[in-house]
Design a binder for this molecule. Structure first.
Ligand code: PEP
Length: 249
């Protein structure tokens, strides 16, 4: 039995005032069985951690990215070791916006997952196809290729300490959600791919869905056998909506 997992990706949004308001609302909510994390921009990680100290929910803080490098002359980068140092357990790697705007290849994403694991972090590995890739029938090849690059680098057991997020690029921030059937099909393929390497890891691995998840569509997505929760962008900026999604998982 996999425990459901819902993660907020705030992207490049937020401020001290925003966090005060968000947590004032969120910390009044009662516990849910779902495991939760919020990934704010790096500069707010410590502040958000302090805010969550008073919450009764099982909620942690995560980062939206980490460097492939250990340390040194890499201006603007934040290392996995630094995230571990500030006790930030989760890190998103390979988000499609990083792949698209920062040229992150499968190899770079795999290297990020590897360095995250080496520092005891829990990587949330994002995979997903573009609209053009879907329409040309390449969805499976693309997402399995993205997953395999990471599996080759860290192995299935290490991946289970984190999670995989299936995020069709055409559904991110667009208001278009994959149907539960479309998402379930890809999630099952991803799990099968892990199964071919390690069946125990495959049944333990949490594969979450991302792409315009909102309170109104979360329950039907999370009801699918292989969908173990969500990675939530836009809707996570409203504390009440994020909580409603967590309740649905
Ligand atoms: C995301 O960026 O990970 C995401 C799923 O965004 P949205 O929920 O806004 O589509």
């Amino acid at each position: 039995m996999r425990r459901s997992l819902v993660i907020a990706n705030w992207k490049m949004n937020g401020s001290v005032d925003f966090i005060d308001q968000w947590t004032n609302v969120f910390t009044t909510f009662s516990p849910v069985s779902t495991e939760l994390a919020v990934c704010p921009p790096f500069v707010y990680i410590r502040y958000l951690q302090q805010k969550f100290l008073t919450s009764a929910l099982d909620i942690n803080v995560g980062a939206q990215d980490c460097s492939v490098h250990e340390s040194g002359a890499f201006t603007g980068e934040v290392s996995a070791g630094m995230l571990a140092d500030v006790k930030c357990p989760w890190v998103i790697v390979g988000h499609s916006e990083r792949r698209q705007y920062h040229g992150e290849t499968n190899e770079i994403v795999a290297a990020k997952a590897k360095i995250a694991i080496e520092h005891g972090l829990r990587p949330i590995v994002c995979v997903g196809e573009t609209l053009e890739e879907r329409e040309s029938g390449r969805t499976s090849d693309v997402v399995i290729g993205q997953l395999n690059a990471v599996l080759d680098a860290i192995g299935p057991e290490a991946l289970v300490t984190g999670a995989v997020a299936y995020e069709p690029v055409w559904a991110i921030g667009t208001g278009k959600t994959a149907t539960p059937q479309q998402a379930q099909l890809v999630h099952a393929e991803l799990r099968d791919s892990v199964e071919s390497r390690d069946s125990q890891a495959a049944s333990a691995l949490r594969i979450i869905y991302g792409g315009s998840v909102k309170p109104s569509n979360a329950a039907e997505l999370f009801a699918c056998n292989d969908i173990d929760g969500g990675l939530v962008g836009g809707a996570s900026l409203k504390a009440a909506d994020f909580y409603a999604i967590a309740q649905a998982a």
